[in-house]
Design a protein around this ligand. Structure first.
Ligand SMILES: [Cu+2]
Length: 140
């Protein structure tokens, strides 16, 4: 009698372990946790934005900007401006320093809180002003 009662319990426990295993496998981050890399382009520029583990607080925003021919874009000024539309946060644009070969770095770029941000990258050069906007979700 007791045996027939125990069986379903063991079966359920086994199923639960298998389900937990499958869920863990599904939700486990694939590979090494690298930087967040986002791409955006306009008619004149292609911008790759990279942030090493975005977080509330100080962040380093790295940019690689190329022109329509895929060459390092000649730019006089690049700024990074975080905005959180939901809460009306608009921060002062952070000047990005040229690091050579189309690379720029804006640090520290302060994101005061977690949540959905929009990062506007403004580029000024001989050909005028250009902008791209990156959606950036900052988790904990
Ligand atoms: Cu906020």
């Amino acid at each position: 009698m007791t045996e027939t009662r125990r069986k379903p319990v063991v079966l359920i426990a086994t199923v639960a372990v298998v389900v937990a295993g499958v869920l863990a496998w599904l939700w486990w981050p694939s590979g090494e946790s690298g930087p967040t890399v986002l791409d955006a382009s306009t008619a004149g520029h292609t911008v790759r934005l990279s942030i090493e583990s975005p977080k509330a607080g100080d962040n380093t925003v790295s940019l690689t900007i190329t022109d329509a021919h895929g060459r390092a874009a000649p730019l006089d000024e690049v700024t990074v401006e975080p905005v959180m539309p939901q809460m009306g946060h608009a921060l002062v644009p952070v000047p990005a320093i040229a690091t050579g070969d189309g690379g720029f770095r804006a640090a520290p770029t302060v994101l005061p809180m977690t949540g959905q941000w929009e990062i506007t990258v403004t580029m000024r050069g001989a050909s005028g002003q250009d902008q791209v906007v990156f959606p950036l979700l900052v988790r904990n």
